[in-house]
Design a binder for this molecule. Structure first.
Ligand code: CO
Length: 485
């Protein structure tokens, strides 16, 4: 793909060791049978880590405005017999194909206008489709592997070759434009839960389920709203689904009358506070709507019922300023940032009371939380991990383990190293909530090279690292799929 401006060979002047290196393009697609490894992988580690990430922000004629708009690339790390292979490939979405043809953005994106003249940009508000640039998460569903973003156009790909196969259709007969890239799996009901937001004069959140094996889809519940909130994830306990409306909201008409990219239509309205809407999975009844003081979040951690209350944990930011902090230009310049996310617990009464109790789970700044999903999703739990900010003003530069009962944390960090989301892989047949390993793609900014780090999830001791053939730009999420599952 042609490019202007940014390069991956270090032509942009940045301070050595700066996190800015994680926002350069990655053009190179490779397939390497065996990476060099320091240490020894556990013998039981047999499976594949699949990730998607924004990997190309310079499209030729146009550079995207925000990190979230970089073109998606898939990354595959496969573990077998103590060895590890690696491959990466661009996701050939419609957004990617459009960028190849025009050198710019051709679809309605998170924070970047489609390119062209003013007239073309205005026209695009009415004609361009929401993007299918699935750079946020990877899941499997009904024997298919797919990359997700926050529109209803997941892109299916071959987990072996990483070849793009086409769109997956969510509730084809049900209206809705926006969704989340963080669906929940319910292992007891064998289904996935998510929601669609239908934008319009009468906007509506529509919670739905998809059978994990057959792919059968149904609407679980609906909730009208006049000012839809931006929600990047939602909560799930054993019996309930929880939509938390953060006060970053949009007047749906602004999508028609204001010529702004998607997120620029939203406004921070702290006077609205937080609104927790609790729905029963069985029957879809809304059992509760309660309010709390304003906060913003991308990521829920876990949620569970406890006696007569619902515990809802998420990484809370004081406001939505973090979104603007992730504009591409200051990130590429390595300007200090102030990520304020801290894990917080909200205790929602399931009885008559409307009083929400709020507790801090840790003072550690972190994001991208993961936990032992197979064992404790929707249930009482004790441990989660996240990517933390160890050094003030820095981008994510550490891996953190949080014990939510004791409020204790452990931290892994290394000079000039920038880890991504720590993906927990449980050790088969081990009972402990933290028995297993964490997998994280780490950028060594000083050497301008990435490595796949394997930590003991219990004490964050390094077990092994595998050297990647290039620097991998920072990404969001991925999942590990055990061989034979
Ligand atoms: Co996310």
């Amino acid at each position: 793909m042609p490019q202007e401006g940014g390069t991956q060979d270090g032509a942009r002047p940045t301070q050595a060791g700066s996190f800015a290196a994680g926002f350069e393009n990655l053009e190179q697609e490779v397939s390497v049978d065996r990476l060099a490894v320091e240490g020894t992988f556990p013998e039981w580690l047999s499976g594949t880590l699949l990730r998607t990430a924004p990997c190309n922000c310079d499209l030729g004629r146009q550079t995207v405005c925000h990190w979230f708009d970089g073109l998606a690339m898939l990354h595959k790390f496969r573990f077998a017999a103590g060895q590890i292979s690696y491959a990466n490939r661009f996701l050939h979405s419609d957004a990617f194909v459009g960028a190849e043809k025009t050198g710019g953005v051709t679809m309605r994106s998170f924070a970047t206008d489609p390119c062209g003249t003013l007239f073309q940009r205005v026209l695009s508000k009415f004609t361009a489709k929401w993007t299918d640039n699935c750079n946020v998460n990877v899941i499997t569903l009904a024997d298919q592997t797919m990359a997700l973003t926050e529109t209803r156009l997941p892109v299916v790909f071959d987990p072996e070759t990483l070849q793009t196969l086409g769109h997956y259709k969510i509730l084809p007969d049900v209206k809705g434009d926006i969704t989340v890239a963080h669906p929940h799996y319910d292992s007891e009901r064998n289904c996935l839960y998510s929601y669609l937001l239908q934008l319009g004069m009468k906007s509506c959140y529509r919670l739905f389920s998809i059978d994990r094996h057959s792919g059968a889809q149904r609407v679980v519940a609906e909730l009208r709203t006049d000012r839809p909130a931006y929600m990047h994830s939602f909560g799930m306990s054993r019996r309930h689904l929880v939509l938390v409306e953060f006060p970053l909201v949009v007047n749906p008409l602004s999508f028609i009358f204001r010529f702004q990219p998607f997120i620029r239509n939203y406004r921070w309205r702290p006077e609205r506070g937080l609104r927790f809407h609790v729905f029963e999975k069985e029957g879809g009844r809304r059992v509760k709507t309660v309010e709390a003081e304003a906060a913003f979040s991308f990521h829920h951690v876990n949620a569970y019922e406890r006696e007569d209350e619902l515990v809802v944990d998420f990484v809370a930011h004081p406001d939505a300023a973090i979104i603007d902090q992730l504009d591409l230009a200051p990130l590429r310049a390595g300007k200090p940032i102030n990520p304020g996310g801290r894990p917080v617990r909200y205790r929602i009464p399931l009885g008559a009371s409307a009083t929400v109790r709020v507790e801090s789970l840790s003072d550690t700044r972190l994001e991208l939380p993961r936990f032992n999903y197979a064992q404790v999703a929707g249930k009482s739990y004790r441990i989660f991990w996240g990517a933390g900010t160890h050094r003030p003003g820095n981008f994510i530069d550490s891996i953190v383990k949080v014990d939510v009962e004791r409020g204790q944390t452990l931290t892994w960090w290394e000079e000039d190293a920038y880890p991504g989301e720590p993906v927990f892989v449980p050790q088969p047949d081990a009972a402990g909530e933290d028995a297993g390993v964490l997998l994280s793609v780490v950028l060594d900014a000083r050497r301008n090279r990435s490595f796949l780090l394997v930590l003991d999830a219990a004490d964050l001791a390094e077990i092994a690292r595998a050297e990647c053939p290039h620097p991998i730009p920072f990404g969001f999420h991925g999942n590990y799929f055990a061989a034979g599952d």
